[in-house]
Ligand binder design. Structure first.
Ligand code: GLN
Length: 305
């Protein structure tokens, strides 16, 4: 298949949609990015890769970081993690508080904010003051890239404005499902969200999920086959919040989005993909990114269905 040609076609076809959607301005530092940017990268198991647009432009990975923290936590705690965070879709927005009260502070899944905050807390219990460095090192390992870092301005911007997340963590703490100091946990969460990567690095970093938990480029086992299966399932059912059904319907791949404008998607046994376009749809997922991935699976027949 001529992937480069397919990417070029996609780039042309998404042009009319680049004016639609809105930047995530509830984190002020995210509102200053160039809103017309588009990039897409594919990494295959044999080390070949294909790119279109500015695939070395770094952007804030935001909720895509939840895939890495969930992987670390699942690796350590196994099934016990599900006592504190579930594995069902929420059907609610990513930052919703409502369900949490009904469900006694147990978030529905690790990809909504509440679930990612509990996951971050579970990592702080293990790695203490080194938690963020452990997360960053893990991302460097899965993407085989030592240069990755976080953006202090975006971190500070969310720390100063992330009121919903403060509400969430306080609510969860009131149900005794946060074990560590609120400040340490929320800072870890905001820092992981402010990690900067480009589409090429992100696609590469997800290859282990396409290959039963083994990074095909280094042959390193990152996680067991069974856990890789579960992470992919959760990406399919929960990776796009209350638009997860829509994403599965249109794209048909496990995927995870972030309000920075990135979406990663996994084609089992074949490749990992990342697309970037910062303007978001109503559910907080990259509007053009979703369209580009839908075009990709339509043109290639590579959806899992
Ligand atoms: N840092 C963002 C927040 O907590 C992440 C949300 C997202 O990417 N969907 O609101």
């Amino acid at each position: 298949m001529n992937y480069q040609l397919i990417l070029e076609e996609i780039e042309k076809e998404i042009q009319p949609f680049l004016n639609e959607g809105k930047l995530a301005n509830y984190i002020p530092a995210l509102a200053s990015v160039d809103d017309k940017k588009f990039a897409m990268s594919i990494h295959l198991f044999d080390g070949t890769s294909y790119h279109i647009g500015d695939s070395s432009l770094k952007f804030s990975i935001q909720s895509i970081s939840k895939v890495f923290t969930f992987t670390l936590a699942l690796n350590y705690y196994g099934k016990d993690l599900y006592k504190r965070v579930g594995h069902e879709p929420s059907g609610d927005p990513f930052n919703s508080l409502i369900q949490l009260e009904y469900e006694n502070g147990i978030p529905r899944n690790p990809f909504i904010n509440a679930g990612a905050i509990v996951t971050a807390d579970s990592l702080v219990s293990i790695y203490k003051k080194n938690t963020f460095d452990t997360i960053l090192d893990f991302i460097k390992k899965t993407s085989n890239d030592e240069t990755i870092k976080h953006d202090k301005e975006i971190f500070k911007s969310e720390l100063a404005n992330g009121f919903k997340n403060f509400a969430l963590i306080n609510m969860i703490k009131s149900y005794n499902n946060i074990y560590n100091d609120i400040d340490d946990v929320i800072k870890t969460y905001f820092k992981q969200c402010s990690i900067m990567m480009d589409t090429s690095q992100l696609a590469k970093s997800m290859l282990f999920l396409a290959n039963h938990g083994i990074n095909p480029l280094t042959n390193e086992q990152i996680i067991t086959e069974s856990k890789a299966k579960r992470i992919n399932s959760l990406m399919l059912t929960c990776g796009h919040y209350d638009a997860s059904g829509d994403f599965a319907y249109k794209v048909g791949l496990p995927g995870k989005s972030g309000v920075g404008g990135g979406i990663v998607a996994v084609v089992p046994k074949k490749m990992a993909i990342c697309v970037y376009s910062p303007k978001l749809n109503l559910q907080g997922n990259s509007l053009v990114g979703t369209i580009a991935l839908e075009l990709f699976t339509t043109k290639t027949g590579l959806s899992i269905f």
